[in-house]
Design a protein around this ligand. Structure first.
Ligand SMILES: [Ca+2]
Length: 161
């Protein structure tokens, strides 16, 4: 059977408490895809309005590792045509890490979205071990005072009774 062009997506909503004034968020996940190279592909998108609209993750930030490495062809009806995506074969799980460049908000939703064209299928796309990391901003600290006391002599061992 030849598949019709289609898309499928998974949503990931906030499942952790937000650090007010924290550093921008980093998203890491295990990424395994075997999709028709250049014709079928997957992207990661972010919504900042509770899932009403989504934009590609690269609108907000950049990949640290395991980023997109191909462009989806305009030829055959893929809804992601013309976009950078994960396409082809990752040859097993790779680690993808994204610096979002924005702090996480209560209306943010991540979406893994796969689009295929109207012919030739691949094995598919697997996502695992999603982690969203946000750090506190570093707090300025005053250096500890220098130690001025002299080191104590090592006590002599006591004779046992
Ligand atoms: Ca295809």
């Amino acid at each position: 059977m030849i598949p019709q062009s289609s898309e499928i997506s998974s949503l990931f909503r906030q499942v952790f408490s937000v650090i007010e004034g924290g550093e921008p968020v980093q998203v890491t996940f295990r990424n395994n895809f075997n999709l028709q190279d250049g014709f079928d592909g997957g992207v990661l998108e972010l919504s900042t309005d509770g899932g009403n609209t989504f934009q590609d993750i690269l609108t907000f930030g950049s990949f640290v590792s395991g980023g997109y490495h191909g462009t989806i062809s305009n030829c055959c009806g893929n809804p992601l045509a013309g976009r950078e995506a994960w396409t082809g074969n990752s040859s097993g799980f790779i680690t993808t890490m994204v610096n979002l460049g924005v702090t996480w908000g209560p209306n943010m939703v991540l979406r893994w979205r796969m689009g295929s064209d109207n012919n030739v299928s691949g094995e598919g796309w697997r996502i695992d071990t999603v982690a969203i990391t946000q750090c506190h901003k570093p707090v300025p600290t005053t250096p500890p005072p220098l130690r001025t006391s002299r080191p104590r002599p090592t006590p002599a061992p006591r004779p046992s009774p």
